[in-house]
Design a protein around this ligand. Structure first.
Ligand SMILES: NC(=O)c1ccc[n+]([C@@H]2O[C@H](COP(=O)([O-])OP(=O)(O)OC[C@H]3O[C@@H](n4cnc5c(N)ncnc54)[C@H](O)[C@@H]3O)[C@@H](O)[C@H]2O)c1
Ligand SMILES: O=C(O)[C@H](O)CO
Length: 318
């Protein structure tokens, strides 16, 4: 059985694939593989491990109908045409759960970094701007005891809510497609309408998938309904907020700050105005990027690939 890997996965995953007698070919270049190159690379393969944003759209799936399984190196699957894959009987697997804590940590890190203007002040030191100790004009705001609003209280949202309730006694409110009884019982999370979420959150963190419903959900009109001292955090997908509107909302002080692990497009251009704003922190999509989590993701990917190549139901099937 032959598998193509379109990027890097943890070495433990490569070893486990070899232990299962799976022959692997891997994309080693620094640049992202193109759509044409991906089709070409998958021509004689039985499975694909898709790392990064390669579009697994109808064109790709129809050009590679022979694939038995595609294991995503992600929990998100907005890059995949699931309906078409189902029609063509190609199993799609993802990596739920194992990355929830690491990704919630990234949201937590951004929340604190924004609240104290940490990335901006770090750059200020590099640029020789730290002259002496004095009350700084760049004051932060505190998180302790404030209200955290979660948009999309699934696995990652719940991890963040638990961390914020425990560490900072934050009040947790959330808006979701359905009620999350576990969160309501465990941390007293309160279900609110989307409008209430906007009106009450001091920190609003996005954790839904990118779908037709959530695409461009956060526009200027929406930011306008938030508190002027609110912090907006997005570690889900860059397409969920409208970037032009977010820039305008920050420039006009409609909201206080923003922390982003995801942007639209990715990579973000280094001239982007968000990168020079005081109360903004941006990371290059590192939500799950810890050694422990990447090892755990690789193990799930191997389980999905091995099952898919045998024609069995994937343990983590989308
Ligand atoms: N930055 C990163 O590296 C990183 C890492 C992991 C996941 N992610 C992103 O985070 C997303 C969430 O991951 P998860 O494991 O928590 O998924 P999940 O499915 O457990 O949670 C998503 C939640 O959003 C809710 N939801 C979906 N559409 C909604 C809508 N229109 N309105 C309200 N609620 C809605 C769902 O009901 C669910 O509770 C992924 O889809 C992925 O895009 C990013
Ligand atoms: O969805 C995910 O798991 C991350 O964003 C990695 O792509």
């Amino acid at each position: 059985m032959k598998v193509f890997i379109s990027g890097n996965i943890a070495p433990i995953g490569l070893k486990q694939l070899e232990d299962n007698n799976i022959s692997i070919t891997q994309w080693k270049e620094e640049r992202q593989i193109t759509a044409e190159e991906l089709v070409q690379a998958c021509k004689d393969k039985d499975g694909l491990i898709s790392v990064g944003p390669n579009r697994i759209d109808a064109a790709f799936l129809n050009a590679c109908k022979h694939l038995k399984v595609i294991a995503l190196h992600s929990v998100g699957f907005d890059q995949v045409d699931i309906t078409e894959a189902k029609k063509l009987n190609i199993a799609i697997g993802n990596t739920p759960g194992v990355l929830s804590s690491a990704t919630a940590d990234t949201a937590f890190l951004l929340m604190l970094a924004v609240s104290r203007k940490a990335f901006y002040l770090h750059k200020k030191i590099i640029n020789g701007g730290w002259k002496n100790y004095e009350p700084t004009p760049e004051l932060g705001i505190e998180i302790n005891g404030k209200t955290l609003g979660i948009f999309g209280l699934g696995k990652i949202g719940l991890e963040l809510a638990k961390k914020c309730a425990a560490a900072y006694q934050m009040k947790i409110i959330y808006h979701n497609r359905s009620r999350n009884q576990e969160a309501e019982k465990e941390i007293g999370a309160e279900y609110v309408s989307f409008e209430e979420l906007l009106a009450q959150s001091d920190v609003l963190s996005v954790h839904t998938a990118l779908t037709a419903e959530t695409k461009d959900k956060f526009t200027l009109e929406v930011f306008d309904k938030m508190k002027p001292n609110a912090i907006f955090i997005n570690t889900a997908r860059g397409g969920i907020h409208n970037e032009k509107d977010l820039i305008k909302a920050l420039e006009d002080k409609v909201i206080w700050g923003a922390g982003l692990d995801v942007t639209n497009p990715e990579p973000m251009d280094k001239s982007n105005p968000l990168l020079s704003m005081e109360s903004v922190a941006v990371l290059p999509h590192i939500g799950s990027a810890t050694e422990e989590t990447r090892d755990a993701m690789a193990k799930l990917i191997v389980e999905n690939i091995v099952a898919g190549l045998k024609g069995e139901k994937l343990p983590y099937q989308v």
